[in-house]
Design a protein around this ligand. Structure first.
Ligand SMILES: Cc1cc2nc3c(=O)[nH]c(=O)nc-3n(C[C@H](O)[C@H](O)[C@H](O)COP(=O)(O)OP(=O)(O)OC[C@H]3O[C@@H](n4cnc5c(N)ncnc54)[C@H](O)[C@@H]3O)c2cc1C
Ligand code: FES
Ligand code: FES
Length: 485
């Protein structure tokens, strides 16, 4: 193992901040950023609402180095982020946005905008909105409606109403293009570069908790081989809830969030290759033009804060039957690259999923990449049905692919569903029925009857089994109509 130490370092606003977990036993590596900021750093502007990533009251902004060595800003819901995630990054809190000039508080332009449009009543959610707006301002100075809605999709306000908050964002085009952070960008970049050059890895061992955060894939694979019982963390957006909501102990964690080798999206002659550590938001932005069907699904994946942290590897690792990327990955005939120290195997997504949250992953293995092979002339489509558009769990989701012969017959079809069985699954009988037949409405309606017999979904709080079957059938019809446009 590389040389390790028990400290993490990051910029807390403008100051280099070091936490030594061997020295301070009042916190642990699974203390959340929210709890640390409020209780140890005494920065109480950030609020706790739900403590499960759903309300945005705890939104903070982090900056990290992009591949081009520039600062990249993103929001996080700090209630479900463990402290080591901050290692080497910069964390902004709401206290640091305004300035004190000659004894006068001067608000940041986005705060001014929110005041101007009366974007706050009780104010509890306001620090979270301010941070989301600040992040939007740093990323886009003349945001369009979609960007504004996405930026605010993870923030709930129960009293102001959203229009005045949206209006604040529409004022951005008239705001100064530079803020106080622009002047300090160079200094902060240099500090983060200095952090990135450190060779040591973070490791802390307590009686009840071991936490390892390697910097390279090799270090991670060696560790996993030695300690197969260690639980992998990508962005921890699933794992953190085990601690914060279920109060489970997490005795041994292997955190992959610092491994750059698995954070790239690469296009080769034959396929797209996506690192398992690529965030859902990075994927959404990369695929927005290339794969509109993929992007459409990712648009409604959690909220921007969640997508900034959540990784593709984590979505596959969770193997939830309602994991949103799985149906659309199946439609793309995705293959997983699964590694253990000294060996690598490739597996089709369908073969990887074995049962309810059961996969073929062995205890010493890590998913490192996901490949999407190129296939010309196919139509790919996706849909997520949920009770709410943003920040909701799928009731039923679909990822479909169709390739037709020149004379309009079904040459290849994939009908993958989430929410219809214990795993994301294809409607194999329906696919078989359609194969070789003309792609017409009549045939599709017959196929819908085949599909009605194919799944035995469960009833739960989101839908009755019968409702799920109706949804699945209608999704097929909707796909047909889409394919004819
Ligand atoms: C508020 C909220 C909203 C959400 N909304 C959605 C949604 O709309 N759609 C959706 O699908 N999910 C949603 N999720 C669930 C979660 O964000 C996703 O499953 C996410 O992709 C998990 O990624 P992660 O990197 O955070 O995983 P983690 O929490 O770090 O890990 C999840 C699991 O994957 C394993 N794992 C992580 N990386 C790897 C790897 N490289 N190889 C093998 N196993 C690995 C872990 O051991 C763990 O078992 C939501 C979660 C929250 C809190
Ligand atoms: S407190 Fe609600 S998202 Fe964190
Ligand atoms: S201002 Fe009251 S909840 Fe948002």
């Amino acid at each position: 193992m590389a040389e390790s130490n028990s400290t993490i370092q990051f910029l807390l606003n403008n100051e280099i901040h070091t936490i030594d977990f061997d020295m301070d036993k009042s916190i642990s590596a699974t203390t959340t950023v929210l709890n640390y900021v409020r209780q140890k750093a005494y920065l109480k502007g950030v609020k706790e609402g739900c403590a499960e990533g759903d309300c945005g009251a705890c939104t903070l902004v982090i900056a990290e180095l992009s591949q081009q060595n520039t600062l990249q800003y993103k929001t996080i819901t700090s209630c479900i982020v463990f402290l080591p995630y901050l290692n080497g990054k910069q964390l902004f809190t709401v206290e640091y946005l305004s300035e004190n000039i000659n004894g006068q508080t001067v608000l940041h332009p986005v705060q001014e905008a929110l005041v101007k449009t009366n974007g706050s009543q009780c104010g509890y959610c306001t620090p979270g909105f301010v941070m989301s707006l600040f992040n939007l301002y740093k990323n886009s100075q003349n945001p369009n409606r979609e960007e504004v809605e996405q930026a605010l999709s993870g923030n709930l306000c129960r009293c102001t109403g959203y229009q005045s908050i949206l209006d604040a964002a529409y004022l951005f085009k008239d705001l100064p293009k530079e803020d106080k952070f622009s002047l300090m960008k160079e200094k902060h970049t240099q500090i983060l570069q200095h952090f990135a050059q450190q060779n040591t890895v973070f490791f802390v061992q307590r009686e009840d908790e071991i936490y390892f955060q390697p910097r390279t894939l090799q270090q991670a694979l060696e560790y996993k081989k030695k300690y197969p019982e260690s639980l992998l963390i990508g962005g921890a957006s699933d794992i953190a809830l085990l601690k914060t909501k279920k109060h489970q102990s997490l005795p041994h964690l292997l955190d992959l969030s610092q491994i750059k080798e698995i954070q790239n999206i690469v296009k080769t002659d034959d396929f797209w290759e996506i690192g398992a550590g690529v965030s859902i938001e990075q994927l959404r932005l990369t695929f927005q033009e290339k794969f509109p069907s993929f992007k459409k699904m990712l648009d409604v994946f959690g909220s921007q804060q969640i997508r900034n942290m959540a990784t593709l590897g984590g979505n596959l690792g969770s193997a939830s039957p309602i994991g949103d990327t799985l149906p659309v990955l199946m439609a793309h005939q995705a293959e997983l690259l699964i590694e253990t120290e000294g060996s690598i195997r490739t597996e089709k997504l369908e073969d990887y999923l074995l049962g309810y949250r059961k996969t073929s992953l062995m205890p010493d293995e890590i998913i490192t990449k996901i490949r999407l092979p190129f296939e010309d002339g196919q139509i790919i489509w996706s849909e997520k049905i949920s009770k709410r558009r943003d920040l909701d769990i799928s009731t039923v989701s679909a990822g479909f692919a169709l390739k037709q012969t020149r004379d309009g017959k079904v040459q290849r079809i994939i009908l993958a569903f989430g929410g219809m069985a214990a795993i994301t699954n294809r409607a194999y009988q329906t696919e078989k029925f359609l194969l070789g037949k003309p792609w017409t409405r009549k045939i599709v309606e017959d196929a819908m009857e085949v599909m009605a017999e194919e799944f035995t979904p469960i009833s739960d709080a989101r839908a009755e089994a019968e409702g799920r079957n109706i949804l699945a059938k209608n999704l097929l019809l909707k796909f047909y109509l889409f394919s004819k446009v």
